[in-house]
Write a protein of this length. Structure first.
Length: 463
């Protein structure tokens, strides 16, 4: 969703301040606005994006920077002086900094990492060392932890001392002397407990954690199922390494949704805004699937060539080919989209394949029957208007069209629903069984179904 444009009075004020070139007033004005308003100003005045960031207090500048598009972030870093870039990158939370850096070429990453303070550099290199799209890339090492023997008073002392740089203090983590995660405590429970109570009297042992190598999509589902604002991240030995917060998951969900929509449209994931992606790169993202789908459609031409004699004997059959194959493709695309979406939100799993098959079998028959009846009526009505069009065998032609539509729609529905599940079983992304791919598959098989029914009804009559 695009951000709301800034209010006209804010735009006018900013334009006036820029015209006066009063840097102090510009800084005061920007620091007085909400973070979202400043981001909207950057969208409204892209020519001033670097100056806007440079003229803000650094902690507010980092808050604005992390909610901008990657293309805007790249432009800002490119235009900022090295000293200001270093200040900005050091101020960014570790997870947001890593998220930005992983979108850059390796040479640029090396140059920017040199600008970080030693401690921030160490943290950043550690996070970048985890697999791409893993929870390790999202986590922040800034969190508050306490021990079982701490009292509530001591917990508050720890919060006051160490929580300033933490991304959230809604949850406090309990570890043992070896750094192993034991539990987590909501801040609400700490506030309501008596000052003398120990941590081991408050915990309930129902903590949920993520492994540092877990996939980000899996983490998103864990957040959804457990209704948490933050989750701890541990290694294979249950050592607490960091936390992942809900705002990171919202970005992940948005990126995954965009990627799935692009894949379902028959292209590779773009991973950057459409208007900012270089033309040649956009070409490479799109040409692969187009070639695959084109080759698939060549099979349709091959199938039609196989039935060339039948088409020559009964030219009327060619009139209904677009109708038949498009109906199958449409039903397959519908089913594929529904199943991919249901899998994305965990409404169905691979284990539900039989239930899905039975359900789509019934749906395909019902949908195909309705379209088949309409197809039959269409031939009958046209025959009543122009009897010479289909001749005395119009009933057989109408039956061929009607039954073919039932068969093709049923096959399209079953193909569209089972392909995503099969790909998931094979470890592939279900979104690649996109609507164009399913439609191409059904085009080829639809012709075979159509001419099989034509043989059944018209053999010895027109064939």
């Amino acid at each position: 969703m695009l951000p709301e444009p800034p209010q006209p009075d804010i735009i006018e004020q900013f334009e006036q301040l820029v015209a006066r070139e009063n840097m102090l007033q510009i800084r005061e004005f920007l620091d007085d606005q909400n973070i979202s308003e400043v981001a909207n100003l950057i969208n409204e005045f892209p020519e001033y994006e670097a100056q806007i960031i440079a003229n803000m207090a650094i902690h507010r500048a980092s808050s604005v920077f992390k909610i901008l598009d990657i293309a805007q972030q790249k432009n800002i870093v490119k235009e900022l002086p090295s000293a200001k870039t270093a200040e900005l990158l050091n101020e960014l939370p570790a997870d947001d900094r890593t998220d930005f850096l992983e979108e850059l070429p390796k040479a640029a990453i090396r140059d920017l990492i040199k600008l970080l303070d030693p401690e921030e550099r160490k943290i950043t290199l550690s996070l970048l060392g985890y697999p791409e799209d893993s929870v390790g890339r999202l986590m922040t090492p800034d969190y508050v932890y306490v021990y079982l023997h701490n009292t509530v008073n001591e917990v508050f002392d720890t919060i006051r001392k160490h929580a300033r740089n933490s991304e959230t203090i809604d949850v406090i983590y309990v570890i043992d002397e070896n750094g192993e995660l034991i539990d987590d405590i909501r801040i609400r429970d700490v506030i309501l407990a008596s000052p003398e109570k120990r941590v081991d009297e408050i915990i309930d042992g129902r903590n949920v954690s993520l492994n540092v190598n877990d996939d980000q999509e899996h983490a998103s589902q864990v957040f959804k199922m457990n209704n948490r604002v933050a989750l701890p991240v541990v290694d294979d030995n249950n050592i607490l390494l960091g936390i992942v917060t809900i705002d990171d998951m919202l970005w992940v969900a948005n990126e995954e949704f965009s990627e799935d929509m692009q894949k379902m449209g028959g292209t590779e994931a773009l991973n950057e805004p459409y208007l900012d992606i270089p033309l040649l790169k956009l070409f490479r993202k799109r040409i692969g699937w187009l070639v695959v789908l084109f080759i698939g459609e060549m099979l349709t031409a091959t199938a039609m060539g196989y039935f060339e004699d039948e088409i020559a004997k009964a030219v009327v059959l060619a009139l209904f080919i677009p109708l038949i194959i498009s109906s199958g493709g449409n039903s397959g695309s519908q089913a594929s989209t529904l199943i991919i979406q249901a899998m994305a939100v965990s409404e169905i799993t691979i284990a539900d394949w039989w239930r899905v098959l039975r359900r789509e079998l019934s749906s395909g028959l019902l949908l195909g029957t309705v379209l088949g009846i309409i197809g039959f009526i269409r031939v009958a009505v046209w025959h009543s208007i122009a009897p010479q069009l289909y001749g005395p065998n119009w009933m057989m032609i109408a039956s061929t069209v009607g039954f073919s539509l039932v068969g093709v729609v049923l096959w399209g529905t079953l193909s569209g629903s089972m392909l995503p599940i099969l790909l998931k079983k094979l470890g592939a992304d279900p979104a690649v069984s996109s609507a164009p791919f399913v439609a191409t598959l059904v085009d080829v098989t639809g012709l075979i179904i159509y001419f099989s029914f034509a043989y059944l009804f018209l053999q010895g009559i027109l064939l």
